[in-house]
Design a protein. Structure first.
Length: 715
């Protein structure tokens, strides 16, 4: 609702009340209209202030209403009614003014913001554009280049930047509503002619075409197929070239296209999925709302390689005390220098001082005796990790949580090295660990709900989106990647080139195709894992392992010392080791031809559809297996992992959402087709859960959990 009160006799105060973010639901919109009307009708009222309850101005349109039947007044006439008011209306912005929230403020005559407030038009991140006249008012207020930046990126700006840009009129460190009331009284009675943004001409640009061309090129490059950023540029162009009323029409047209697009649905699903993963549950019945995390004040990181350094930075930046341990003195010194540099650069960006004092460095593992939680981040080698866990068990005080940063090793095996396996969880960080948003929190069969809750909470504290998943080879992300990469390799055996496979996957929206990504990660990483699993038999490139098709192509490249970017060659060639520009490699093409001849394989023409379907559907099929086994609690967990950790295009929601969009029947049919053609590839055999979902009439993704529950209860 929107509550109307009178303060100081002559100020009408409208307070938006719709927890948690005062979103502009139908009731709130109606409340604003009624309150403005009432205030304008009361002769004693000289001015109005609009604020939000609980220190939050407004989080924008109510996203939960999207896709439902529209009720209540639309936003544009509500904002026009405010702008047309004959009494000054001041927005008192505390906390957030986002999307429709900022558009509401732009409809007001003045804006006062608290110094800690964040403002922005993030509609683009939901597959939309600021279509409550924001795309038309903001360029008129702050000019085209600044508006293009804000609208196409959706970035939030601080109150200080908003003041500099001219979005707000005043910033206060004190009570924002008091400041706004005082301000409103000071301008009451003054002419409002120059305060109605919709009447402003858009500031002229001599190089208008060049500015828009450059903006379009920039968004096309960054968008990876997303359409909203392009529509945002078009809407701002309308503001710059058309009268306000016509610009609004264009905004409406563009919005209509976006609103009904699958991309907006995917992005909105992704928004809620990222919040839903916080409400985790385990097959044991343990849940987020019944498991209390322990507060972590002091943590230790063991092993200061690339991952350990990033984790240390993340913890220190979040204000935790960190003991950073590296047993080799020389590496410890190098790490200290590197971590300090990362902290200094980060602090400079944020305009704060670097939290160097939060970290104490040590070469002695015994110094971690008084920490609340340890994150072991040594080399990905089980024997080494076991040794470290044994040492930790001896030196840590009772009750210390022991976490391992691993991308796939068995958490339970590691936990068995300690007398308290319930305190052990996996924390799978993604590189660079202080930047990447994703954290897979991996529970073993003996991890306590409190250990999981604590790791999930710590993830939140350090700014990660944490997803709780069960223990299995590769956990969720890497386990699903395995059939995807296998298919990419099989396609090469059958006649494709790395360039073609990557092109198809990049056109789909991945930042990098399977081969460019493997070259970046380093081919030796998977090779080492395959060797440890006994899959690599030197000198014998047989194409079968344990009765299933196997491609030794990656192993053969590694045997040649081709580890990817770091060695200057892998699936591609590079100018020099470390160079990032991948070039097609004639050597690789002849190598593939020789390989096919040696194995009696005849290259055939492989089309775009086959690449996409075999790579994606095998990955999706593994996702269904993961759901069936209860390794992930719901499709949202998998989708968040893929969008945040594996560059799955956000505007396609995630692999499980994509399967829902394509249609489960279609996915099932195509998997059956490919499995028939390749019966020796088990990852192409449609899994039980997928069949069950199709048999249940392919319910929409938000109802999959019901079918999954049934499958689990039948086990
Ligand atoms: C046309 C389109 C127009 C005019 C629009 O306005 S589109 C909406 C534009 N607004 C946004 O995109 C803001 C989205 N929200 C956020 O970025 C963040 O939620 C936040 C910065 C406002 C707050 O962040 P935080 O404190 O971390 O909290 P959560 O993100 O966890 O959110 C708390 C719960 O609030 C729900 N929420 C947030 N925004 C909205 C909204 N606009 N409509 C409906 N509900 C919203 C969010 O889902 C969380 O609830 P749960 O999902 O956990 O139940």
């Amino acid at each position: 609702m929107a509550q109307y009160t009178r303060i100081s006799g002559s100020v009408g105060l409208i307070t938006l009340k719709n927890p948690p973010v005062n979103a502009l639901s139908a009731v709130v919109r109606q409340g604003i209209v009624d309150s403005v009307e009432r205030a304008l009708g009361e002769p004693e009222v000289k001015c109005l202030v609009i604020c939000g309850q609980s220190g939050k101005f407004c989080g924008g349109a109510d996203i939960r209403e999207f896709g439902k039947k529209m009720t209540g007044p639309p936003l544009i006439p509500v904002f026009h009614a405010i702008e047309a008011a004959a009494k000054p209306v001041v927005a008192a912005i505390e906390g957030i003014a986002l999307g429709g929230g900022l558009e509401l403020a732009l409809g007001c005559h003045y804006r006062i913001a608290h110094s800690k407030a964040k403002l922005g038009l993030p509609e683009v991140t939901l597959g939309l554009l600021p279509a409550a006249a924001g795309s038309q008012r903001l360029p008129r207020l702050i000019g085209v280049p600044a508006a293009l930046d804000l609208i196409t990126t959706g970035r939030h700006v601080t109150a200080a930047e908003a003041l500099q840009l001219g979005i707000v009129d005043q910033v206060t460190d004190h009570n924002t509503v008091d400041a706004a009331v005082k301000f409103a009284l000071s301008v009451a009675g003054q002419s409002l002619d120059a305060r109605r943004i919709s009447t402003f001409p858009c500031p002229r640009l001599s190089n208008l075409d060049a500015v828009f061309e450059a903006a379009m090129q920039k968004v096309r490059q960054a968008a990876r197929g997303a359409i909203a950023p392009i529509a945002c540029v078009q809407a701002v162009r309308a503001a710059a070239t058309l009268p306000y009323a016509q610009g609004l029409e264009r905004e409406k047209e563009l919005m209509a296209t976006l609103f009904t697009s699958g991309q907006a649905r995917a992005l909105q699903y992704s928004f809620f999925a990222q919040r839903a993963v916080g409400r985790w549950s385990m097959p044991s019945g343990a849940r987020w709302d019944t498991s209390k995390p322990k507060p972590i004040r002091k943590a230790a990181v063991i092993g200061l390689g690339t991952m350990g350094r990033g984790i240390t930075v993340g913890l220190a930046q979040a204000g935790l005390s960190v003991v950073a341990v590296e047993t080799q003195e020389k590496q410890l010194m190098e790490a200290k220098q590197a971590v300090s540099g990362m902290l200094e650069r980060g602090a400079k960006k944020r305009g704060v001082s670097p939290p160097l004092g939060n970290i104490s460095y040590s070469s002695n593992i015994k110094t971690v005796g008084d920490v609340d939680l340890v994150i072991e981040a040594v080399f990905e080698d089980m024997a080494l990790k076991k040794e470290v866990f044994q040492q930790l068990s001896a030196v840590c005080r009772p009750g210390t949580f022991l976490c391992t940063n691993t991308s796939g090793l068995d958490i339970d095996d590691l936990a068995s090295q300690t007398p308290n396996p319930e305190l052990v969880v996996g924390m799978h960080f993604f590189a660079p660990a202080h930047v990447m948003k994703l954290l897979e929190v991996v529970y073993g069969p003996r991890s306590s709900p409190q250990a999981v809750a604590t790791a999930m909470q710590l993830g939140k504290v350090i700014g990660k989106v944490s997803v709780a998943v069960g223990n299995c080879q590769g956990f969720v992300g890497n386990r699903m990647l395995s059939p995807y990469l296998s298919q990419a390799n099989f396609l090469l055996e059958e006649g494709a080139t790395p360039e073609f496979v990557d092109q198809v996957l990049e056109e789909f929206g991945f930042a990098m195709g399977a081969f460019r990504m493997s070259d970046l990660s380093g081919l030796d990483v998977g090779w080492r894992v395959r060797k440890a699993a006994g899959l690599v038999v030197p000198g014998q490139p047989a194409r079968m392992r344990q009765g299933c098709r196997y491609s030794p192509l990656g192993d053969l490249l590694c045997e040649q010392g081709r580890f990817g970017q770091k060695t200057g060659s892998g699936w591609y060639q590079y100018d020099k080791p470390g160079s990032r520009v991948a070039k097609p490699d004639p050597w690789l093409h002849s190598f593939l031809e020789e390989y096919r001849t040696r194995h009696g394989l005849v290259a055939r023409r492989i089309d775009h559809q086959e690449v996409l379907e075999r790579c994606l559907y095998s990955l999706i099929n593994e996702g269904f297996r993961i759901l069936e086994e209860g390794i992930a609690a719901g499709p949202e967990d998998i989708d968040v992992i893929y969008v945040l950790g594996y560059s799955w295009p956000r505007h396609r929601g995630g692999p499980m959402f994509y399967a829902d969009m394509v249609g489960l029947t279609r996915v099932l049919e195509r998997l059956e087709f490919y499995h028939q053609a390749h019966p020796d590839v088990p990852s192409l055999q449609p899994c039980n859960l997928l069949r069950k979902l199709v048999a249940s009439g392919s319910p929409p993704i938000h109802r999959w959990r019901e079918v999954i529950k049934k499958v689990h209860s039948q086990l």
